[in-house]
Design a binder for this molecule. Sequence first.
Ligand code: ARG
Length: 296
Amino acid sequence: MSVELLPAEEIHTRERATTPTLLMCRPLQYEVNYVINPWMSGNMGSSSRVLATEQWNRLQDILSQLAPLVLIDPVPGWPDMVFTANAGLAHEGTVALSSFSHVERQGEEQYFREFFSAAGYRVVDLPRDRPFEGEGDALFSSDGTRLWVGFGRRTAQASHSVLADLWDIEVEGLHLVDDRFYHLDTCFAPLEDGSLLYYPAAFDAASLRKIHEFYSPGQRIAVDEMDALQFACNAVNIGRTIVLHRVSNHLEAELRARGFEVIQTDLSEFLKAGGAAKCLVMKLTPELHPLPKKKD
Ligand code: ARG
């Protein structure tokens, strides 16, 4: 099965009908003080909170033009909480809460649980022995028919059946084989026109076959290693706008030719922890459950 490419007007209509609310967390506690991915090694103590805050504020400004935002309060001792994509996966009023594979992040779970419960979501815990790292590893195809879930680095393949049963949906596992691309959202981004931005070398052959069966050649935008290392796939796509850290001129031109506006915003402080634009947001479904007001 493959996904239809949508004409620009239709994206616009869908955009209005389905714009998600984005969950973010100010980087007031952000720093690199442990190493749980290759990006962090060598960066312990090297991030600047002042610079990180400036970069995050710019990202917030850009995103606030595109979608409603809500914030969760940062908690001392949990520096990676800023990467809200890993809070869980929200769908139809239910959140599958993350069950982090590293103890360094497990303490975040209770704060995300409280937030989602207060927002009116049904919160479902995943078993500790089946790690799952939320939207960082679980992304719907733009038509919503397929949930792609990474495994092999953080999320365990054994968690996939829990997700499939929870929502009665089709889940397809993708095996991540390059440690630098340890979450699915670092190398795979379904775009709203039905296309896919991805870094093929991050996947094993069987996973690539699944991707290529679903997305036709015209729908695939394969990025090279240079763009992948600039977190080009870690993109937030709302309607026709794509927000990301950096892309090459040729990739930007390709995205523009497909009708997207590309906004690049420096997130270098967050790259030190292994994250960029997409890691810093989680998509919520406010039309189903009311959310707390944005705090300034
Ligand atoms: N330091 C964080 C970790 O290793 C970065 C998380 C990035 N998030 C993401 N959705 N890719 O868990």
